[in-house]
Design a protein around this ligand. Sequence first.
Ligand SMILES: *[C@@H]1O[C@H](CO)[C@@H](O)[C@H](O)[C@H]1NC(C)=O
Ligand SMILES: *[C@@H]1O[C@H](CO)[C@@H](O)[C@H](O)[C@H]1NC(C)=O
Ligand SMILES: *[C@@H]1O[C@H](CO)[C@@H](O)[C@H](O)[C@H]1NC(C)=O
Ligand SMILES: *[C@@H]1O[C@H](CO)[C@@H](O)[C@H](O)[C@H]1NC(C)=O
Ligand SMILES: *[C@@H]1O[C@H](CO)[C@@H](O)[C@H](O)[C@H]1NC(C)=O
Length: 259
Amino acid sequence: MQMRHIAVAILLLCTFHCSLADQNITAILDQNPDYSVLNSLLTKTGVASEINSRNSLTLLAVDNAALAPVAARLGNDLTLNQVADILRYHVLLQYYNPLQLSQLSNGTTLTPTLYQSTGRAAGQLGFVNLTDGSSGSVNVGLPVKGAGFNATILQQVQNVPYNISVLQLSSALVPMGVLATSPVPAPSPVPTPAPTPTPVPAPSPFPTPVSSPSPALTPELSVPSESPIGSAHPSSSLPFASVPVHMVLLICVALYNFM
Ligand SMILES: *[C@@H]1O[C@H](CO)[C@@H](O)[C@H](O)[C@H]1NC(C)=O
Ligand SMILES: *[C@@H]1O[C@H](CO)[C@@H](O)[C@H](O)[C@H]1NC(C)=O
Ligand SMILES: *[C@@H]1O[C@H](CO)[C@@H](O)[C@H](O)[C@H]1NC(C)=O
Ligand SMILES: *[C@@H]1O[C@H](CO)[C@@H](O)[C@H](O)[C@H]1NC(C)=O
Ligand SMILES: *[C@@H]1O[C@H](CO)[C@@H](O)[C@H](O)[C@H]1NC(C)=O
């Protein structure tokens, strides 16, 4: 009798445990002090736990110096929610290592980000345009014709194969629509004490320093070539989790029969 309860408990525990993602973006970025501003903003906005709950992602990481202009706007003309959406725009819902980036079909692709998954992005404004640049570099821009490219992928910073790839991006991108999502103050019918005029966020994205000529992704950055190219479907890496479940299921069934 008691053995059966234990067997069921083991099964339940495993079901919970095995469905949890083991990756921790905070711990991954902790290894690179150059990204401490990004790391703390990811935690502060809660985007870190959104990343941890998914698989097959690419984080376009902007280092402390390049992220400073955005960080400085938090609490001024950007709310925490707006900064969160800006950060989500840097999380691609597909795993890209340098090798896969070098093999974009026709040299260009549109890829969805975590910002798109919020449902707040109109149309495909939550996608980024990845396009081959000169000398092997890959440029990243808004998914709008003629938007141009303000940012370039510089190198791979961290890699947990097929779960998360952290690539350095030369500067932060502000997706279209984010600046318009600030809460509209409720219209006050009575002109009581004049509301203090709140600064209206400028409609144009902030002036980030345009990236200086960037080194191309060097071939040494490529991961071993046995990597399955193009295998990175947003939710395709669950085989990890299913194996232990099956094994424990077998054990549980065996215990049950033993009774
Ligand atoms: C990748 O993610 C899966 C599912 O979340 C997890 O079980 C596995 O441990 C992760 N792999 C690595 C190398 O962290
Ligand atoms: C992730 O790692 C950080 C830093 O090591 C740690 O403080 C935090 O508790 C971890 N989060 C989870 C969910 O394990
Ligand atoms: C690549 O370009 C060719 C020729 O322009 C076109 O036929 C093909 O559909 C393109 N492939 C993709 C994936 O866009
Ligand atoms: C992505 O950018 C390239 C280069 O500017 C452009 O040719 C392509 O049309 C863009 N893709 C989309 C869907 O806007
Ligand atoms: C790209 O840079 C230009 C010129 O500095 C700026 O007007 C534009 O808003 C920037 N775009 C993004 C997405 O940051």
